[in-house]
Design a protein around this ligand. Structure first.
Ligand code: SIN
Ligand code: MN
Length: 318
């Protein structure tokens, strides 16, 4: 996950192992980029809150009431028609998109049934111990999203990965095996695509995730441009990719070499898309400019009680 604030420079500046000399460019660039980002927060709210602790009580990504939402009990023939349309839409995933070296977008990679499974599982974990909370910084600002970590905790304020959460000492749930299978499949698909397009599979190194950061954005959610640089020195030096799943409403995703939204590339991440950035793109600045309301596919609304908004899962080997 990204670091904009209080970056942990020590991780990359303590150098001596052999890969540093091989990868000195990458190491130096981490250090340089960390300095560049040092005075910022990730899409943090300007409102001041004297508490440094996250808000209490877990957040349910499923609706607890139907007030103000579209009619939910649609006639069966309408549900079946929508289901068929969605199924057709996801049956044949389009060719992946090559965004830049090390960065590939797998459109519609997660099929309808798996998207429902991901949502249900995140809902179940999210309301349990170690579930969703609204993170913030010790200066009182809050991020515009709800977050939950799986595998290990990542704390946006200290920028540290730990076995248990700093604010309540809870050990995060494991990453579900089904999620890891999807990550594996996505990397495999990206590698096959690189091969087919006569590029080197080494553009995207392989990885086996030990942390997943799950974010839920409501329709006003966003995340400022940042780099993911809190992973271990080894992970960053090997340029191990971040694999990102999107489920629910679509998002406008920005990415680029500098922390400047005007210079950033823009891509829409729809439900079921998987974005991979590793190799030469591992340290890109990236963020979520906006969530597009009412863009989630009908099957998700019909088959789950998901709130309006977007779920994002980023997997990494830290
Ligand atoms: C992140 O950078 O941590 C999340 C990106 C996203 O929501 O797509
Ligand atoms: Mn990030």
């Amino acid at each position: 996950m990204g670091s904009l604030f209080n970056p942990s420079l020590n991780k990359v500046s303590q150098s001596s192992s052999s890969y540093v000399s091989n990868r000195s460019t990458s190491s130096q660039s981490v250090e340089r980029q960390q300095k560049l980002t040092s005075e910022n927060t990730i899409g943090a709210s300007p409102e001041r809150d004297p508490r440094s602790k996250p808000e209490k009580g877990s957040f349910d990504i499923f609706r607890t009431t139907n007030v103000g939402l579209p009619k939910l009990n649609k006639p069966l023939h309408v549900l079946n028609k929508e289901k068929k349309k969605d199924f057709e839409r996801f049956k044949n995933a389009p060719e992946p998109q090559y965004l830049r070296s090390g960065m590939v977008l797998l459109k519609k990679f997660i099929n309808t049934a798996d998207q429902v499974k991901v949502l249900n599982k995140c809902r179940e974990l999210g309301i349990g111990s170690g579930g969703f909370y609204r993170p913030g910084y010790s200066n009182g600002t809050k991020l515009h999203l709800q977050m939950m970590c799986l595998g290990k905790d990542w704390d946006p304020d200290s920028k540290l990965y730990k076995d248990s959460r700093l604010f309540d000492d809870v050990v995060p749930p494991e990453i579900p095996g089904e999620f890891k299978i999807l990550v594996d499949g996505a990397l495999h698909t990206a590698h096959n695509f690189l091969r087919r397009s006569s590029r080197s599979v080494e553009e995207i190194p392989n990885m086996s995730p030990d942390v997943c950061i799950v974010n839920f954005y409501d329709n006003s959610g966003k995340l400022g441009l940042h780099q993911d640089i809190d992973e271990s020195r080894e992970s960053l030096a090997k340029e191990l990719p971040v694999v990102s799943f999107s489920v629910g409403d679509s998002a406008e995703f920005l990415y680029g070499d500098v922390r400047d939204a005007d210079k950033a590339g823009k891509v829409i991440l729809d439900s079921g898309d998987v974005l991979i950035f590793g190799g030469k793109s591992r340290l890109i600045f990236h963020g979520v400019a906006s969530i597009k309301p009412n863009t989630a596919p009908a099957f998700l609304i019909n088959e789950t009680a998901v709130r309006p908004g977007r779920l994002n899962l980023t997997f990494r080997q830290v």
